[in-house]
Design a protein around this ligand. Sequence first.
Ligand SMILES: Cc1ncc(COP(=O)(O)O)c(C=O)c1O
Length: 408
Amino acid sequence: MDSSIQWGKPQARPILMIPGPTELPWPVIQAMNQPPTIQYDLHFDVKVLEPITLALREVFQTPRGEVIVMPGSGRTALEAGAVSVIEPGDPVLVITAGVFGALMREIMTRVGAEVTEFSVEWGQPIDLVRLEREIERVRPRAVTLVHNETSTGTTYPAAAVARLAKDHGALFLLDTVSSLAGLDVRTDEWGVDLNMTGSQKCLAAPLGMSLVAVSPGAWEAMERRKHKAGSFVYDLLRWKEQWIPTSRGGQVPDGAPRRQPVSIPTHLTAALGEATRLIVEEGLPHRFRRHAVAGRAFRAGLDAMRIEMFPEASILSDTVSCFKAPAGLETAAIVRTMRDRYGILIGTGLDKIRALTLRVGHMGITASPLYVLPTLSALELTLRDLGYRAEAGAGVAAAQAIFSAQSA
Ligand SMILES: Cc1ncc(COP(=O)(O)O)c(C=O)c1O
């Protein structure tokens, strides 16, 4: 029986420093506190859905594209994207550098793609020369990449990979589940055809909405299909027809209510709308800088505690830190102790690095001294409880130095 004080207990819930779902801004929580409305009501359509769709185009940096918002999670967006543009037998090159690259490979296999996997060692950079040779050899219909591999805490060069895909006439499909609204994702400028994400990470909205930004090139690919997509609900072309006004290329007469290919959850949409409003109000450059500084501060804290990062230094993510547990300590015990004794939940690694690594998300509102400093402090206390010694307070001090240098 653990007789130590469980500081986290009276909180009733731990603070979420896992890599999503993440903590929510108060106005986002409040946006859900309302009676039900009818999802096909013109008021909801005109006053809620349309402004959110337009604001999300800013967040996705896609003035030329359309953002489709559907119930679901990141995986819903990935599957909707894949099933909509890929026909059975299409060659697809899937870059895998962790758990979520492998997820895309599974989805592509299920939609019948002829998958070629371009496997990257976990935590290591992509060899772009070798990638280009592989694209030349396979001549894929689409290339897929996970921008920010949440399982290893790495960010991959989406702009460079997009360029290779475009140079060879392939569509470029990008998973931005743990990067959009935290890292700079330039959908149109880079040439991303399908930019697929979920609501619960850097967007700082509740889990439950799935978002896909679709480029004009991706619509063309859908329109040129020989056979209809094998999904009724997730066929994005059906969404285009039922969702997008005629003035923007869809089939909904301007000013008329859109039809809903699947009923849209009104409470989650309201929360996503509030989250989007807050992002636009903050401004993307400020938001990206905030995530960059928070990521750097957290890593400086780890370094001062003599904790090593898992990935190679050149591709460290600013939204998710994946680091090695001190030798001899069990990752699950660290997570449990930190949650129960100190009230902060972090994540273990995933899959084959579960026992080796820990993961912390600094996303949305948690990319801030308000969350980063207590997390480092609780981690230090936890490690000390479990027998690991670092210089007292060194982690917090190092992170503070980064934060205060930014305010100078
Ligand atoms: C990079 C990445 N892709 C896909 C997913 C799957 O998203 P979801 O859990 O929202 O279905 C995740 C979830 O963590 C992720 O981090």
